[in-house]
Design a protein around this ligand. Structure first.
Ligand code: SAM
Length: 335
C-alpha cells in the first residue's frame, strides 16, 4: 500500500512537471509509469495460465507484468513498442519472466506480421494502451512535454527518419497548420495559433512553441493552452490515427475464437475509431439502412463486451492523474 502511494505521488509530480492536464505545479519526478485501469484490463482480457498474449504498446511493461503474473506459470507475452527506449525499459522491467516474454521494436502497424514471425498466432488476448508513457513525458529531449524545454521532435521512433514536429511547424502553410490543429487537436483557436506560429517561425524548441501559443490564447482555460496543439502535432508526426485504423483489423485476424481485444484510448479521436470499428465488426450486415436487401456479405467477427467505454474511478484518478482521460473498450473474437 505504501509503495502504491509512493508510486502515485511520484506520478503526480511527474505529471505536473510534464504539464499533464489536471496537474498544477512543476516538481521533480523520476519517470515511473503507473498502468491505467490495471485490474480491469487483466479481467477484461481473461488472462489465464498457459495463455498467449500480445501487448501492442508495451511501454514500461506495467500491464505486461500483470499479464505475465496472471498467466503464470507458463503464459507467454509478446510486447511491441515503436519507441526503442520503451523496449529497453520493458526488457529491464520484465527480465525476471525470462523466456516467457519476447519484445520487439516495431509499430503495431505490423502487428500480424510480427506475431506470425514469433509464432504468436492465434493469440488469446491483445492490449493496446495508446498514447504516451510517463517515461516519454519525463524526458525533455523527446519534445513530448510542453512544460519541459526540449527539441520539437515528438517521434515515437527517433530512428524512423520521418518528419519531426519542427518540420511540420516550420514547413506547413498557415492553412495546412490550421487544419492539422483543428483535425488532430480539436483546437478551437486553430487558425489564430497557426497564424502566430507562421509569424514567429522558425521554431525549434517546445518552449518557443508554448510561448507563441500563450501569447494568442487565454491562460484561464481548464487545460494548458498548449495541450491541444501538442496533441495535434504528436498525432500528425506519428500518423497515429491511420496506424490505429490499420492495426485493429490485424488484431481481429490473429485472435483465437473467444480471444479478447482491449483498447485504452486517451482522446476522443482514438476512441471514435475504436468504437466505430467494434460496432462495424460486431454486425452481420453493414449495408446502408436504406438498402432494400443485404448485399455486403459482411459477417460479425466480434462481440462487444463493453457497450460503454470503461472509465477510471475517482480514486484511480486521484492516485494517478494521467488516468483521467482514459477510456477502455473490450471486444471478443467470435466464430
Ligand atoms: C501509454 S504507453 C503504454 C504503457 C504500458 N501499458 C505500461 O503499462 O507500461 C503507450 C506506448 O505505446 C507506444 N506506441 C505508440 N504508438 C505505437 C505504435 N504505433 N506501435 C507500437 N507502440 C506504440 C509508445 O511508444 C508508448 O511506449
Amino acid at each position: 500500500m505504501e509503495r502504491a502511494k509512493h508510486l502515485a505521488e511520484t506520478q503526480s509530480q511527474l505529471d505536473r512537471r510534464a504539464g499533464v492536464p489536471g496537474s498544477e505545479r512543476e516538481e521533480e519526478g523520476t519517470g515511473i509509469h503507473i498502468p491505467v485501469l490495471f485490474q480491469i484490463v487483466l479481467d477484461g482480457l481473461q488472462v489465464r495460465p498457459g495463455g498467449r498474449y500480445i501487448d501492442a504498446t508495451v511501454g514500461g511493461g506495467g500491464h505486461a507484468a500483470g499479464v505475465l503474473e496472471a498467466s503464470s506459470p507458463d503464459g507467454r507475452l509478446l510486447g511491441l513498442d515503436r519507441d526503442p527506449a520503451a523496449v529497453k525499459a520493458a526488457g529491464m522491467h520484465l527480465a525476471s519472466f525470462g523466456e516467457r516474454v519476447a519484445l520487439v521494436h516495431s509499430s503495431f502497424s505490423r502487428l500480424a506480421e510480427v506475431a506470425r514471425a514469433r509464432s504468436f498466432v492465434p493469440v488469446d488476448g491483445i492490449l493496446f494502451d495508446l498514447g504516451l508513457s510517463s517515461l516519454q513525458l519525463a524526458g525533455s529531449e523527446r519534445g513530448f512535454a510542453f512544460m519541459a524545454d526540449g527539441p520539437l521532435d515528438m517521434r515515437f521512433d527517433p530512428q524512423s527518419g520521418g518528419p519531426t514536429a519542427a518540420d511540420l511547424v516550420n514547413g506547413l502553410s498557415t492553412g495546412e497548420l490550421a487544419v492539422l490543429l483543428s483535425r488532430y487537436g480539436e483546437e478551437r483557436h486553430a487558425r489564430r495559433i497557426a497564424e502566430a506560429i507562421v509569424a514567429a517561425r522558425p521554431l525549434y524548441t517546445t518552449a518557443e512553441l508554448v510561448d507563441v501559443i500563450e501569447q494568442v490564447t487565454k491562460k484561464r482555460e481548464r487545460i494548458h493552452p498548449a495541450t491541444r496543439t501538442f496533441q495535434a502535432l504528436r498525432v500528425a508526426v506519428n500518423d497515429e490515427l491511420a496506424v490505429l485504423e490499420s492495426a485493429l483489423p490485424q488484431a481481429v485476424e490473429i485472435l483465437s475464437p473467444g480471444g479478447r481485444l482491449a483498447v485504452i484510448s486517451f482522446h476522443s479521436l482514438e476512441d471514435r475509431i475504436v468504437k466505430r470499428f467494434f460496432r462495424q465488426e460486431s454486425r452481420d450486415c453493414i449495408c446502408p439502412p436504406e438498402a432494400p436487401a443485404c448485399t455486403c456479405d459482411h459477417r460479425a467477427v466480434l462481440r462487444v463486451i463493453s457497450r460503454k467505454p470503461i472509465r477510471p474511478t475517482a480514486a484511480e484518478i486521484a492516485d494517478n492523474p494521467r488516468a483521467r482521460s482514459s477510456r477502455l473498450r473490450i471486444a471478443e473474437r467470435i466464430g
